[in-house]
Design a protein around this ligand. Structure first.
Ligand code: ATP
Length: 516
């Protein structure tokens, strides 16, 4: 099945099984805003717990905060967001559709890459084991021609971005013959800058209302609390402050479901270090963060680092962790070495000294910062995309397809479903008894409707790792059948064993042990 079709199915599945709903759906929805349903919120909370505990519990020198969404407007002046948090936009005059000029060009670069990859794949088929990819890429004329086009475009694009040259971005789009995917035409407007911050008014107009912004990132709430946390927590450098919270961006093109939203959630950690040590810490956090992703077991080959070509003016190193989504490798997390830019700016704009007294050196300085920044929603999409699976199975001697969410059990919204085989003979009561015993440890679900086979499928679709069936034998010997989601194997076990058995499989502790 084509990857786009799988993605469409995933989106439909998320709705059907209570993971993600379009916001304000009964009013025809609101662009790029989504709500999380009864299963979605559980998965989201588990992802947040995985991140929070791995940062705050596992690192003695990382603490958390929760700052307000509304902040003093001068913060966004100091951070550069008022003047420079822009995307270059371009409209197609025929379709009236709006695009990000930089994304159109990036997609063109990806087309050249695809062409090269296709040549390689063809040759690989032809030559089999004897195939030398490196040599082929260095000598094949068609690959070389595309590589040359890629290099030229890439260089031109980087120069235009670095110079914020909007006319050149348009020229590139014209020279490359990039067409609007909807109208197919090249009838483009000029490229303009568009600020992504939402604003609103605080206070009544009579008082002289204050124009404030909905924060476009959670990081600034950390920077402006640096002194508070350092002093009250008696923190010594290096130390980090972590925060999870909502962020808002008026994205020009909001596509691909919850990949790019206008209201989303971020998990950010700012790590304050002594100047000159930031690049070592940058490497350490790169390693720590990629291990965090890999520990979920979705396959190391599906992650890669993407080093930024264009560094933001305040950064001296930046890398993205990318995951292979059904629509290609895309950013899930950013790791940035932000120098002393933010704290220095806040020092300048607030007039307050924001420094650290280093007892070893006997002097004060503005700390440098390494940031790790990941979107909860994008991580959610990564997890469901990696877990969604359609499998051919045999059912009563017939071929059938089952849809199963192979979520890591530790993240699964529902850990176990308890099902009485029939709705009589005291079996429902026994099932309830088991739930009453386990519900303080795990999120359990009771299910008595339809045949057992149908109930299994329903739980597979939600991603429930364990189904426990209560039958007549249970009443006699206190044993149940436990069925495992991924293998569909069943085992007879004592009720008394259930807690330990499940706890072992859904344990955060076990997952954290992999991070060492
Ligand atoms: P992109 O290039 O995809 O717009 P970005 O580089 O602007 O992302 P950052 O500002 O570094 O992103 O934000 C950090 C993380 O926040 C991203 O890696 C992503 O996971 C998440 N994120 C950013 N914008 C959005 C959005 N509009 N919707 C959902 N998640 C987002």
């Amino acid at each position: 099945m084509a990857q786009e079709d799988i993605f469409k199915k995933l989106v439909a599945h998320c709705k059907e099984y209570g993971y993600v709903f379009q916001s304000s759906e009964i009013y025809d929805g609101l662009g790029a805003v989504y709500d999380y349903g009864q299963n979605g919120v559980e998965l989201k909370n588990n992802i947040k717990k995985y991140w929070w505990d791995s940062m705050v519990l596992l690192h003695e020198n990382v603490v958390g905060i929760d700052s307000a969404i509304f902040m003093h407007p001068t913060i966004w002046k100091a951070s550069g967001h008022v003047d420079a948090f822009n995307d270059p936009l371009i409209d197609n005059k025929d379709s009236k559709k709006r695009y990000r000029a930089d994304v159109l060009i990036e997609e063109q670069l990806a087309k050249y890459e695809e062409k090269m990859d296709k040549e390689v794949a063809k040759a690989q088929k032809r030559f089999g084991d004897a195939f030398d990819e490196k040599q082929f890429r260095e000598t094949n004329p068609r690959v070389l021609a595309n590589q040359e086009k890629w290099n030229a475009l890439h260089a031109r694009f980087s120069d235009a971005l670095n110079a914020s040259d909007l006319a050149e971005l348009k020229q590139i789009i014209e020279d490359e013959g990039i067409v609007c995917p909807i109208s197919g035409s090249r009838n483009w407007t000029d490229v303009r800058q568009f600020n992504l911050m939402f604003s609103t008014d605080m206070g009544s107009t009579a008082d002289g209302a204050l124009k404030i912004y909905l924060r476009p990132e959670t990081a600034q709430g950390i920077f402006v609390n640096y002194l508070n946390v350092q002093k009250t927590g008696r923190m010594k450098l290096p130390f980090g402050i972590a925060q999870i919270g909502k962020a808002f961006r008026n994205e020009i093109v909001a596509r691909q479901f919850i990949f790019r939203m206008r209201e989303f959630e971020q998990m950010e950690m700012q790590f304050f270090v002594k100047p000159g040590t930031e690049l070592d810490w940058f490497d350490k956090w790169k390693e720590t963060r990629i291990n965090w992703h890999r520990a979920l077991g979705f396959g190391d080959e599906n992650y890669r680092f993407h080093v930024h070509e264009k560094l933001a003016h305040y950064a001296n190193a930046a890398v993205d962790v990318e995951y292979k989504f059904p629509f290609g490798f895309k950013e899930v997390e950013g790791i940035h070495s932000r120098t002393d830019f933010d704290l220095s700016q806040h020092q300048k704009y607030s007039g307050k000294k924001i420094q650290y007294f280093d007892p070893e050196l006997g002097e004060s300085y503005v700390p440098y910062v390494v940031e790790t920044s990941i979107g909860v929603d994008r991580m959610f999409l990564q997890v469901v995309a990696a877990s969604y699976c359609e499998e051919e199975v045999e059912s009563n001697g017939k071929k059938d397809t089952r849809v199963v969410m192979k979520l890591p059990p530790v993240l699964a919204p529902v850990k176990l479903a308890v099902m009485p085989l029939v709705k009589k003979d005291g079996l429902p009561e026994k099932a309830r008894e088991i739930i009453d015993d386990l519900k303080f440890d795990f999120n359990c679900q009771y299910d008595e409707k339809d045949s057992i086979g149908k109930r299994y499928r329903r739980q597979d679709a939600i991603g429930t790792p364990f189904c426990v069936t209560v039958d007549h034998q249970t009443l006699e010997d206190q044993t149940v059948t436990i069925r495992f989601r991924d293998t569909m194997e069943q085992e007879r076990v004592a009720i008394a064993e259930l807690k330990n058995m499940i706890a072992d499989q859904v344990s955060f502790k076990k997952l954290f042990a992999k991070l060492k």
